[in-house]
Design a binder for this molecule. Structure first.
Ligand code: M6R
Length: 366
């Protein structure tokens, strides 16, 4: 059942190339330049006329929502708010009938997300679900939706659900952007081609596994980790830190790289590994100067860089390369080494990777 892998988590990490292509297959027709998604096509006017999009989710799904915020605002130019379902539902939020609410949930059973959906519906918002589990409670409660088609995710730590959520949300954003005319026709076609190439590039990213294992071995006894990223990769930093926390029980924090100087930089010394997402397109120079700040305080730097990078390679203690892609698609690649890093550290520390203590796969309590 684990398909020859030691753990479901590792199997699910390796399934990502096929999970991502399963997610866009049948929806994205690259040659024709068409994205067909029933839940979107049937509600196109509502989505195109949305004054605002509110994304509600928990945990890793909330991180996918944050990535989607950056993608939607950039490509579709609709303002987006991303809320923890638990905060949203308890604070009498302002919801209008012309708001579109997108609820993201792998299991489709998360209690807080479900309650937030009901609240949004009571306030007459249109609620769209992005779920993985077919026929789940959330997929039934929402007005319309799109499944991620990632296949069953057994490991408590979410991996392929995250990357397929981003894939679905990117497809939706591309479709709306094309309809709204907020991106050019040629960009639209180019982005479809780039998305189609992502599974191959995820495969290439997975090839760093042995090198990542070595890095995991080097830092497995660290007490704290910091994860930094900017723009599209800020949520990936949060996700990398969450992955490490939940399965290895090492304290980790994710931060937008520029926020470091507003506090967390005080933590940095020679004991502190800092994972920095420093890909070519995402404010590269700024991230390089963040790396210099860490280095001058003797922090240990693990850089996630674009293939062929030279600048970060010279500064960092270790680099992990990922293939180049469009900036808004980089989270689909930068996430991969962070999943593997947390996986190997947890295995080396002899933790229960698939069923970490105190955690359940679906959180049906409030
Ligand atoms: O099933 P959901 O996507 O609604 O679950 C939300 C969170 O409970 C979930 O993402 C959790 O944070 C994972 N264990 C993260 O790996």
């Amino acid at each position: 059942e684990k398909g020859g892998y030691d753990h479901f988590m590792l199997k699910e990490i390796y399934e990502q190339p096929s999970a991502i292509s399963d997610t866009y297959r049948g929806r994205m027709r690259v040659a024709e330049g068409i994205i067909k998604m029933a839940g979107i096509d049937d509600n196109l006017a509502k989505l195109l006329n949305a004054k605002r999009i509110i994304i509600i989710a928990c945990g890793t799904s909330w991180h996918a929502g944050l990535v989607a915020e950056y993608i939607f605002e950039e490509l579709v130019r609709i303002p987006v708010e991303v809320e923890y379902a638990s905060e949203f539902r308890y604070r009498n939020p302002v919801i209008h009938a012309d708001d579109v609410v997108i609820a993201i949930s792998q299991s489709g059973e998360t209690a807080d997300t479900m309650a937030a959906i009901k609240l949004a519906k009571e306030n007459r918002a249109f609620v769209f679900g992005v779920c993985n589990v077919v026929g789940s409670s959330i997929s039934r409660e929402t007005h319309a939706g799109a499944y991620t088609h990632a296949g069953p995710e057994i490991g408590v730590a979410s991996t392929k659900a995250f990357t397929t959520q981003i894939t679905v949300l990117a497809l939706i954003a591309l479709k709306l952007a094309e309809r709204k005319g907020t991106i050019s026709n040629s960009s639209f076609h180019y982005y479809l081609q780039e998305l189609e190439r992502i599974p191959e590039k995820v495969k290439a990213a997975l090839e760093s596994n042995e090198h990542i294992k070595y890095i995991a071995d080097t830092y497995k006894n660290a007490k704290n980790f910091l994860y930094l990223g900017r723009g599209y990769n800020f949520p990936v930093a949060l996700e990398g830190a969450l992955k490490l926390k939940e399965i290895s029980y090492i304290h980790a924090e994710g931060y937008p790289a520029a926020e470091m100087k507003h506090g967390p930089i005080a933590l940095i010394d020679e004991q502190m590994p800092v994972v920095v997402i420093a890909t070519k397109k995402g404010h590269y120079e700024k991230v390089v100067s963040n790396i210099q700040e860490i280095k001058s305080r003797k922090g240990k730097i693990i850089g996630i860089v674009t293939e062929g990078d030279v600048t970060v390679k010279e500064l960092a203690d270790h680099v992990i390369e990922i293939p180049e892609t469009e900036e808004f698609l980089t989270p689909l690649l930068t996430t991969i080494p962070l999943q593997l890093l947390s996986y190997h550290i947890a295995v080396m520390l002899d933790k229960n990777v698939d069923q970490p203590r105190n955690l359940a796969k679906s959180v049906t309590v409030e």
